[in-house]
Design a protein around this ligand. Structure first.
Ligand code: PHE
Ligand code: ZN
Length: 878
């Protein structure tokens, strides 16, 4: 077999032929679904005449092909495993084909597949070619008419994009529905769903007064989990009208929940298909964080209707055009309807732990990649989250108003078109009247930029000089010396020794107490005047750019920022820096075999936080959380897995012991009798309460564990139950943990989404016996390797969140994950290539672990690999 080849952005050519209109007919059957297609095609006006027609197709059995009704002879076309090429076609023609596909055998979950009792599709990025022969690329946009035929009994509901136009009975107990989508769309937005589904329905009246019917389709047992998503959808529709002036354009908007899905959800025109984990929610089964995730994803997919569907991507290199912008939009929405500072803290945490790790690893790539082997591998944190940070910087640089003008311009100018990142940025540059030439480098340059900042105070002149240098470390294919300086906004302020904000004077101009300076060059110096005393700078407020900021803070300065900075985000960040320093100090002691101690400054700051009434409980809860092991690891030159784990535990326990009465009081003060609501006020309360319980349990005291047990038994809502169960299950107190785990598993055996949580809780146990538990649970009847949610809950959670055990020195953790990857490579290449990620992150580990991890990757490489896994493994072992 030939090695998979890379595709390059620089080789882009428009398609030789366009499709104006498509008529599809599906005759649904588990193993032999018949798909007939009629494509109205014409030559692309910018391409020369006489070019062959190239259509993509994978795993299709062609039974008929004709042009203008005239069946083709076998020598008139060429077929291989991926393509159908017709040497000669007219300028304008109608192509008809018929193929047979096997949805029941489709374990890759791309194209048409079975999930539980239903049929559904996933076409982004290149799944449509598993349905019919087609120029399956986003710059080919057509209107679609789709007729779905199925068994009336088994498949009473037949859905596709757009509006239903016709339906009726057919012989042999079959029936059909025809759907028409009037908006031209790329094939990746096509969708079909068929099954025994039930719906909840609601309505939304748009700004211009049009009534839109909203439907959420689920299996009957999930009808009691749809209310929250419906509310979220209406909030999102309203928000998009107000914040971006975007109105919905069809009369019907549908969401369907499916159990087997590779990603979170998909924005198919008028028919969003959701992983059930990203839409179903109710208080008994869903934790607060998942309510918020549902709200964010419902909004995200809805927002795509404009940023993605009405204006789409020219090619897949431009993926961040729709994803970065849409993530930014859903982040802004969630910030507006919840606690804005906490939303920012959460988003930055994800970026700094996971995206920074991607940037530092073997698959690092620019937000707009220059080449790929398998595009599915590029639905990454870099494209999504860093892509969103880029849009956020644009908003910071332009200001809210001009940013909105730029967005309006972009939507109106490119409506109905498939465009590039340049089109978005030039709309912003035009509306904002700013030069964004250098800014474009953010899309092209991989890696996390580092800002090295130094401050120098001249008491006599009352001048404070801030020197800022930036550089971006090397990434695969981009050596450090080729990295160029980036254009970025640095938001900052200065505090005096008492914590008061110092008025800012820059170049003779007053800037209040919070300002933004722009960097373009490798080095800048900012000279602040009229500074009465040596200041403490508060830098990168709100995380104004996705960079690593280095400043030689001492612990007292960090404590000052935690207590007094006017920027909530930086108060939190200073606390994280302080906690990190305290943990690192313990790591050093442990490595030297010395007695570790709890940093008194950290203790002082925690005491202050617990004793000072706070008006933002949600932020307080975040401030009381220590940085995760993954984040700590990301900050180390050389990663010592065990020292990180031990040191973090030590600091948690020491804080718990030193502040026990205060945590106890916090725990009790945040007991609420109100009926559960996923409101941010209540979420903050529960979060505080459970953070407190965590510190109490970390002391290992029996009293604390009984509090957890009591909370578990009270059974008020899943948030509190799960928090308590996790503490019990992760403690050494088997006599408490084991029965609780067992009871929970039996009670919820019927609910797959709760069982996912049950799996994750067990496989993240820090104790060394966990590996047997993972193996045991892989044979549990509720587990299936074919279901991505199960694989993530069991294997993903183990490999990513249970660092001490995944990285066991006997290599058993690595071996287990590699075995799963090898099996998934045959079943679901997309998930295989994602689940392997932790095995590729060996670069800063010790030699022993590096060689064990490499050996597992080599073992995987000896398999006949899918394109997805081939690309990741080659890059990791390069
Ligand atoms: N486009 C989807 C989103 O961002 C993600 C997705 C990609 C879903 C590929 C399925 C397959 O919401
Ligand atoms: Zn998206």
């Amino acid at each position: 077999m030939a090695e998979p080849q890379a595709i390059h952005l620089k080789d882009y050519l428009p398609p030789a032929y366009l499709v104006d209109d498509v008529a599809l007919k599906f005759d649904l059957d588990d193993h032999a679904t018949r798909v007939s297609a009629r494509l109205k095609m014409r030559r692309h006006p910018q391409r020369e005449a006489g070019l062959p027609l190239e259509l993509f197709g994978t795993a299709l059995r062609l039974t008929h092909i004709a042009i203008e009704g005239q069946p083709l002879d076998e020598d008139e076309y060429r077929l291989d495993a991926e393509r159908l090429v017709i040497a000669k076609v007219p300028e304008r023609f109608e192509l008809t084909t018929e193929v047979i596909i096997d949805p029941a055998a489709n374990t890759a979950l791309e194209g048409l597949y079975r999930s539980s009792s239903m049929f559904c599709t996933q076409c982004e990025p290149e799944g449509f070619r598993r349905i019919t022969y087609y120029p399956d690329r986003p710059d080919v946009m057509a209107t679609f008419t789709t007729t779905v035929i199925g068994d009336r009994e088994r498949l009473p509901v037949l859905l596709s994009n757009g509006n239903p136009t016709e339906s009726g009975e057919l012989p042999n107990g079959r029936h059909f529905v025809t759907w028409r989508d009037p908006f031209p769309k790329p094939s990746y937005l096509f969708a079909l769903v068929a099954g025994a589904l039930e719906k909840v329905e609601d309505h939304f009246t748009t700004v211009s007064g049009r009534q839109v019917t909203l439907q959420i389709w689920v299996e009957r047992e999930n009808l009691d989990k749809t209310e929250f998503a419906m509310g979220a959808l209406k909030r999102a529709m309203k928000w998009d009208e107000e914040a971006y002036g975007r109105e919905y354009d069809l009369d019907l908007f549908m969401i369907v929940a499916v159990n087997d899905f590779n990603m979170g959800a998909m924005e198919n025109k008028g028919l969003n298909i959701f992983n059930s984990s990203a839409v179903l929610a109710n208080p008994a089964t869903t934790v607060d964080a998942n309510f918020q995730r549902v709200e964010g994803i419902v909004a995200h997919e809805y927002f795509h209707n404009w940023s993605g569907n009405r204006v789409t991507c020219r090619d897949w290199f431009q993926l961040a055009l729709k994803e970065g912008f849409t993530v930014f939009r859903d982040q802004s929405f969630s910030a507006d309807v919840n606690s804005a500072p906490v939303k920012r803290i959460e988003d930055v945490s994800v970026l700094r732990t996971m995206q920074f790790a991607e940037d530092a690893g073997p698959t690092a790539h620019p937000v707009r990649p220059e080449s790929f082997i398998e595009i599915s591998n590029f639905y990454t944190l870099t494209v999504y989250e860093k892509g969103a940070e880029i849009v956020r910087m644009l908003r910071q640089l332009l200001g809210a108003e001009r940013f909105r003008t730029g967005a309006d311009l972009y939507f109106s100018r490119f409506d109905g078109q498939a465009v590039r990142v340049e089109d978005f940025v030039s709309s912003m540059s035009e509306a904002g009247d700013v030069d964004l030439t250098r800014f474009m480098r953010w899309y092209a340059q991989a890696g996390t930029p580092v800002l090295d900042v130094e401050g120098e105070y001249d008491a006599k002149a009352q001048v404070y000089r801030l020197k800022v240098r930036q550089h971006t470390p090397a990434t695969p294919g981009q050596p450090a010396e080729r990295k160029l300086p980036l254009h970025l906004p640095l938001r900052l302020g200065l505090l005096d020794a008492g914590g008061a904000a110092i008025p800012l004077w820059l170049d003779g101009e007053s800037r209040g107490t919070d300002t933004v300076v722009e960097l373009f060059e490798a080095e800048h110096e900012f000279r602040f005047e009229r500074v009465p005393s040596a200041p403490v700078p508060s830098l990168l407020r709100g995380f104004s750019a996705p960079v690593k900021l280095r400043f030689p803070y001492d612990r007292e300065q960090l404590a000052l920022l935690v207590k007094y900075d006017e920027d909530g985000f930086n108060r939190w960040d200073a606390g994280q820096r302080l906690a990190l320093a305290a943990i690192e100090e313990v790591m050093l002691a442990l490595q030297a075999g010395a007695e570790p101690r709890l940093d008194p400054t950290l203790l002082d700051v925690f005491t202050h936080l617990l004793d000072t009434p706070s008006d933002d409980l949600a932020v307080l809860a975040e401030m009381l959380k220590l940085p995760s092991e993954a984040y700590i690891a990301g900050e180390q030159e050389a990663i010592d897995i065990d020292a990180i784990h031990q040191a973090r535990r030590f600091v948690t326990r020491a804080l718990g012991e030193a502040l026990e009465p205060r945590f106890r009081a916090l725990f009790e003060a945040n007991q609420s009798e109100a009926p559960y609501a996923p409101s941010f006020e209540q979420i903050a309360q529960r979060s505080l309460r459970n953070v407190a319980l965590g510190y109490l349990c970390a002391t290992g005291g029996e009293k604390a564990l009984h509090l957890a047990q009591h909370q578990f038994e009270q059974d008020r809502n899943m948030t509190d139950v799960r928090a308590a169960l996790t503490l019990l299950a992760h403690s050494d107190a088997h006599q408490l943990g084991d029965p609780a785990v067992k009871a929970f598993g039996e009670r919820w055996a019927h609910d797959p989404l709760v069982m996912d949580q049950w799996f994750a809780i067990q496989v993240t146990r820090p104790q060394p016996d966990v590996l047997d538990r993972v193996r045991f649970l892989m044979r549990h009847p509720a587990f299936s390797i074919k279901n991505p949610n199960k694989v993530r809950a069991l294997i993903g959670a183990f490999a990513n969140l249970n660092r001490v055990n995944f990285h066991r020195l006997d290599g058993e953790g690595y071996r287990l994950v590699a075995d799963v990857v090898i099996e998934l490579n045959r079943l679901n290449p997309d998930i295989a290539a994602r689940i392997v990620t932790p095995l590729t992150r060996f670069q800063r580990l010790d030699a022993k672990r590096q060689s064990l991890m490499r050996a597992e990757l080599e073992r995987i490489r000896r398999e006949p690999l899918s394109r997805n896994l081939f690309e990741v493994i080659e890059k990791a072992l390069a």
